[in-house]
Design a protein around this ligand. Structure first.
Ligand SMILES: [Zn+2]
Length: 413
């Protein structure tokens, strides 16, 4: 068998215009919709042909291609979750209960809970356990339509545990139908043993952890949590510069709990994305748009933190490229359901269907510099289409958290 021909697709989203406009201000026409469409996908060569089913070229009608009837389905490019923390042990169910009863996230973190709870459990977990947990999570992401997944370390916070986390990511890469993009986030928090001497930890990240990570080629990105109680703007920029010197690309957790001004500085520095942005100001928004730094919005986290949403409309209107991601993590957003993030983006961020689809696909791939291979259903793209039931582009996220997406290749769907 040469590959699959997905036929009679009720509605097919190619994202042709989204890609042509570089993800800026996507509108409905940019989705490049085809009614009664067909897609030809080869596992080796990716997408070879897309168009109306009636125009399917003769060679793809041959028996060597497996034809799949997709009537009643809408097809999308494989989703891209460009911000996740999938390597951790344990859970934070108790913390969820405390926060829902009124405890503040920053208070819990300052008392040694929050991220540090997950750090304790992750340091105690063996490489085999971490690998098993990650494998399960990657498979879950696959069920939600994710084909490209950014995966951060950051629950180790010491050399050995950070390396172990990144090695788990490397092992899981492309093993379960999902490509993983590894990010070293040793600067996720200051570990408890370094609380009295935080500058020593910043130095350890710059001079020991990142050089070894670069040498072992364990990460493509470095990420820093820049916020009150985590890393200052100066410390964050210091770490980003060290990453850049090691030829690692950069992304930032910024303007989440308070306004620090890091969005503007990270954009000027050349970070590929600034993520969260709940408190970003106009100067930050303009800088993101001007420098083409992708604004990654994480509405699931705002929901869990009961915080007002990020200024999505303003970011888009100013010309920033806006991606949407899960921020899957055990504390502030324990869901991997990326279509549900689309639902939240419609309800809480007020985004249009075109903006949401672009945010979950092309723009997210752009933040990882993978937009030539992910984020469209056009010839040259790597992954096969994903599907939702229905014949309208909002079918993917219209129903609240319906679970895994239909798979027309499985005999039971
Ligand atoms: Zn995060």
């Amino acid at each position: 068998m040469k590959g699959h021909v997905y036929r009679k697709i009720s509605c097919l989203v190619t994202n042709e215009g989204v890609a042509a406009k570089g993800g800026v201000r996507p509108v409905a026409e940019d989705l490049g919709l085809i009614a009664q469409g067909a897609v030809v996908h080869s596992p080796k060569e990716g997408i070879l042909w897309v168009g109306p089913d009636k125009n399917l070229p003769k060679p793809f009608r041959a028996k060597a291609w497996k034809h799949v009837n997709c009537a009643g389905l809408t097809a999308y490019p494989g989703l891209v979750d460009c911000h996740t923390h999938p390597v951790f042990a344990g859970d934070r169910a108790l913390e969820f209960e405390l926060r829902m009863q009124g405890a503040k996230y920053t208070e819990i973190a300052a008392a040694g809970g929050g991220i540090l709870t997950s750090v304790k459990a992750t340091r105690l977990a063996s490489a085999a356990t971490l690998g098993k947990l990650l494998a399960h999570r990657v498979k879950t992401a696959y069920g939600f339509g994710v084909r490209l997944l950014e995966a951060k370390s950051g629950y180790g916070l010491d050399m050995a545990s950070e390396i172990r986390s990144l090695e788990a990511i490397r092992k899981a890469n492309k093993k379960y139908g999902v490509e993983l993009v590894p990010t070293c986030m040793a600067a996720h928090a200051v570990p408890p043993e370094r609380k009295e001497n935080r500058s020593a930890y910043v130095t350890e990240i710059k001079e020991k952890i990142l050089p070894l990570v670069a040498k072992k080629k364990l990460a493509e990105y470095v990420d820093v949590f820049c916020d009150a109680g985590f890393f200052s703007v100066e410390e964050s920029l210091d770490i980003l510069r060290a990453a850049h010197d090691l030829r690692l690309s950069t992304r930032v957790h910024g303007e989440e709990l308070g306004l620090t001004g890091i969005a503007q500085k990270a954009a000027e520095f050349g970070a590929h994305s600034v993520d969260h942005l709940l408190k970003v100001d106009d100067a930050g928004i303009r800088a993101l748009a001007r420098h083409g730094t992708v604004a990654v919005l994480l509405p699931g986290t705002a929901l869990y933190l009961r915080e007002p949403p990020a200024p999505a409309r303003k970011l888009i209107d100013e010309g920033a490229v806006v991606a949407l991601a899960s921020d899957f993590n055990p504390g502030t957003c324990p869901t991997q359901n990326l279509p549900f993030i689309g639902t939240l983006s419609a309800i809480h961020l007020g985004l249009t269907t075109a903006e949401i689809i672009a945010g979950l696909t092309w723009s997210a791939a752009r933040s990882l510099r993978r937009e030539s291979r992910y984020g469209t259903l056009l010839p040259g793209a790597t992954s096969a289409p994903i599907f939702a039931r229905g014949d309208h582009p909002s079918a993917l996220f219209y129903a609240l958290a319906p679970g895994a997406l239909p798979d027309p290749l499985s005999s039971t769907w």
